[in-house]
Design a protein around this ligand. Structure first.
Ligand SMILES: [Zn+2]
Ligand SMILES: [Zn+2]
Length: 192
């Protein structure tokens, strides 16, 4: 594993700016990897991360782990929480790490002499021990074969819209095979 400072340089490049979320996300990912016995996150293909927020820290987690949506190694669960679960697919060890609400207040108390909230938080997130920033627990993650990296397990065509659907994301309704959009989970409305 690289050092915190090395990862922060990479994180700034990858994310486009430096921010408290980069520091917290890098720390979270380094801790998560260590908890599941992964010392070199980018070596091999055993690490999968479930990230529960789509804000700054998510990019930092990508920087450290190399896990990406396009490789099926980064899973997004939109829970709106600054939390992530790290899974070692070789050993099935997994740990969920969540940022403590109290760390913001702690940043203000300890680094109040710094001019901005951003600087106070960045300094706190760089220097405080893991125990002051996060709580974590060991968890079990059931990762279906259809969610794992590798070639698609199946591909069908929706009986309604004719679009292709990979990896068993289709549903069956009244004997018809439907994509999730045609089954009612459409997030868009066609205009023409
Ligand atoms: Zn940011
Ligand atoms: Zn469809």
């Amino acid at each position: 594993m690289k050092t915190l400072n090395e990862y922060l340089v990479e994180a700034e490049k990858n994310h486009g700016h430096m921010c408290p979320g980069q520091v917290l996300g890098v720390r979270m990912a380094m801790l998560g990897c260590r908890l599941i016995g992964i010392e070199e996150p980018k070596v091999g293909k055993r690490l999968i991360v479930f990230v529960e927020i789509d804000r700054c820290a998510a990019d930092a987690i990508n920087t450290v782990t190399g896990c990406r949506l396009g490789r099926r190694t980064l899973k997004f669960r939109d829970f709106g929480k600054l939390a992530a679960t790290f899974l070692n697919t070789e050993t099935n060890e997994a740990a969920r790490v969540i940022a403590l609400e109290s760390s913001r207040e702690l940043a203000k108390q300890l680094f109040g002499h710094l001019p901005s909230k951003k600087e106070q938080q960045m300094e706190a997130y760089k220097t405080l021990p893991d125990e002051s920033l996060f709580s974590w627990r060991r968890v079990r993650v059931n990762l279906p074969d259809a969610d794992r990296p590798g070639h698609p397990l199946a591909r069908v065509t929706c009986d309604e819209c004719g679009e292709g659907v990979n990896d068993h994301r289709e549903v069956t309704r009244g004997g018809r095979t439907l994509c999730l959009a045609c089954a009612g989970e459409r997030y868009y409305e066609a205009l023409d």
